[in-house]
Ligand binder design. Structure first.
Ligand code: FE2
Length: 292
């Protein structure tokens, strides 16, 4: 039996039923989910009680897991989860909510800015899969913006202007916009800007999309203030409510999205209470632009 997918937003997002994603998937099921991702770009599953091992096995159906190194400031000895799992909770290794002044917590607040996962890597992520293990009692919705719809609705002059532009992305740009400017030499080297195309073309559907992210802080060949104004304008256009789906989490939901076609952000929540969300990330297979 193949999974059934029902569109739950006027523009994108499919809700998937009739599948147990904790079990090994058949080739037909994998093909149906890939086709669903190409079409809807976000897939929502309910009541999927997964272990970390099951979540990693599920993710590997769609490509290799991304190496998480270089994506945060958490020291290896402070990690709560095993290699292969991205910890996007508010919890420390002791399982308790991190202290207000914790630098890791403050850095992770950057997830509340619109972004595409790993756009700060030379080869950015393909899919992310996020599993809700403990849902916060107040807030913490995740919002998704369809960057294909955003591109489609630009005027012709803007499309022509941005077609070949190359942006520079770094975690220091997104965190810098929150006032975090102090990094060690090692962190500066790790967060060195990478280059990404501003307009991407989906390898299967051929649809174009805007490749925006709060990690984008400059455009090659353009004065920085001019670049930032253009990026802000495009982001404002791309995140209009009509292009945005708001996911209200239930425990054991799993949401899977295509970072090549989507931006997302988490909304504020009660940080005195746990929010245990675990992500796996499927690596992309090509750079979007040549690096220098
Ligand atoms: Fe993210």
């Amino acid at each position: 039996m193949s999974p059934s997918i029902r569109q739950i937003h006027p523009v994108f997002v499919g809700e998937v039923s009739a599948i147990d994603i904790g079990k090994p998937l058949t080739p037909d099921e994998v093909a149906a989910l890939e086709a669903g991702m190409d079409r809807y770009a976000v897939l929502v599953f309910h009541d999927q009680k997964l272990t970390d091992e099951q979540q990693m096995a599920l993710s590997r159906n769609f490509g290799a897991l991304e190496d998480a190194r270089g994506g945060n400031i958490t020291k290896p000895e402070d990690r709560r989860l095993q290699t292969g799992m991205n910890d996007v909770s508010n919890l420390g290794r002791d399982g308790q909510p991190m202290a207000r002044e914790s630098r890791v917590r403050l850095f992770n607040l950057g997830n509340m800015l619109w972004h595409s996962d790993s756009s700060f890597r030379a080869t950015p992520a393909k899919y992310s899969l996020l599993s809700a293990r403990v849902v916060n009692p107040a807030g913490g919705n995740t919002e998704f913006a369809d960057m294909r719809a955003a591109y489609d609705t630009l005027d012709g002059a803007t499309k022509a202007q941005i077609e070949d532009l190359i942006c520079e992305h770094s975690l220091m740009y997104s965190r810098g916009s929150l006032g975090m400017q102090d990094y060690s030499d090692e962190e500066r080297a790790m967060f060195r800007p990478v280059r990404q195309r501003l307009v991407r073309t989906h390898p299967v559907t051929g649809r174009k999309s805007l490749y925006l992210s709060s990690h984008a802080g400059g455009i090659v060949g353009m004065p920085m203030p001019e670049a930032r104004i253009l990026l802000k304008d495009l982001t404002e256009h791309a995140t209009q409510p009509k292009f945005v789906y708001v996911h209200q989490w239930r425990v054991w939901d799993l949401v899977m999205w295509d970072n090549r076609q989507m931006m997302h952000r988490v909304r504020r929540y009660d940080e005195s209470q746990p929010r245990d969300m675990r992500r796996t990330t499927v690596a992309g297979n090509a750079a979007t632009a040549a690096q220098v």
